[in-house]
Design a protein around this ligand. Sequence first.
Ligand SMILES: *Cc1c(COP(=O)(O)O)cnc(C)c1O
Length: 361
Amino acid sequence: MSTRLEDLPIRDDLRGMVPYGAPQAPLPVALNVNENTHPVPQEVADDILDQVARALGDINRYPDREFTQLREAFANYLGEGLSRDQLWAANGSNEVLQHLLQAFAGPGRTAMGFAPTYSMYPLLTRATGAAWIAGTRDAGYGLSAESVSSQIREADPDIVFLCAPNNPTGTPLTIDVIAAAYEAARGIVIVDEAYHEFAPREAASAVTLLPGRERLVVSRTMSKAFAFAGARVGYLAADPAVIDALRLVRLPYHLSALTQAAALAALRHAPLMLSMVDEIVGQRDRISATLEALGYQPHESWTNFVLFGGVSDTAAAWQGLYDRGVLIRDVGIPHHLRVTAGTQAETTAFLDALASVGSAA
Ligand SMILES: *Cc1c(COP(=O)(O)O)cnc(C)c1O
C-alpha cells in the first residue's frame, strides 16, 4: 500500500488543502490559462539566446543577488519616475506575491481578497500560515469604493489583494477604488496588475498612486502581455522600505543568471514583445461580440480572456469543446466558463466549436 499524504507528519494547517491544478492537456487549441498564444518574435528570441549564451560564460559564479540591471530595466519600463530601489522581481509574480506574504502575513495574520478572484491568493496565504478572508463583489463582479472600503474596515486584514483587472472575471478595477481601499486599510495593499497591458490605453496604473503611499504595492508579470510565461519572471514596484522587507525572506540568488539575462534581453525589445497585445485585444472583443450573438453573457473584460455566463451545463460544454480539441477553463462559477483570447485561428476554432456544442441556456 502506498503512503498517503495524511500518513505523513505534515503541518496540520496544510491538511486537506488542494494544490493549484489547472489541467495541462496536449490539445491543439489551449485557451485555458491566459497565456499569450503568440510566440516571442524570432529577432527577440535570437537576442535572448545571445545573452543567455554570454551568461553561461560566468555560470560557475553566483548571479548578481540584487539583479541590479534588471531592476533598472523594470523601473524604465514602468516609467512614472520610478527608480531601481523601488523595484523587485522573482520567478513569476506568484513568487513575488509569496515574498510579500512571507514578509507581511504569516501565522496569526490575515489576508483578504474579493471573490471570485485569483485562486492562488488563498493558497499562497495559507501556505505562510495566515488565514484567508473572502470578501464579496457586486452581481456583475464589479467592486465599488464604498463596498471595498466597508469590507476592509470590517475585516481589518493585514494584507489586501486587489486584482486589477480581475481574474477570473476580466472586470476592471479603477484607481479611484484602489485609492479608497488604501485609505480604509491598515496593512499592505497589493494591486495585482498581471493584465494591465490589455486594459484600455487611457486606464491609469496603480503605479501612479505610489508616491506618498508606503503600504501600496503594484505587482506585474512578464507571463501574459510579454509572452514569457515559460521564463517565470514577475516584478513589483513599491516603497524602498518594502523592498528591504522582501530581502529578509527571499532565498539568496533566487533569480538565476539565465533568467536575468533572458528577461533583460526581452525588456530591451519591449515594444516588439508587446506588439501582439492589440491583436489579442481585437480577438478578445471578437469573442465577446460573438458570444453575445450566440446567446451567452460575456462579462466586460480588460484582460486577454473572457468570462461568460449563460452556459446551461458547464461540464458538458467544457467536455464538448475538449472533444473538439479546444481546452478552456471551468473556474467553478455556476453557468460560467472562461476562455483566453488566442490567435485569430485559435479564436475561430473556439467559436466554431462552441457553436457546434450549442449549450447556451
Ligand atoms: C497569470 C496571473 C499571474 C501571473 O503569474 P506568474 O507567476 O507571473 O506567471 C498573477 N496574477 C494573476 C491574477 C494572474 O492571472
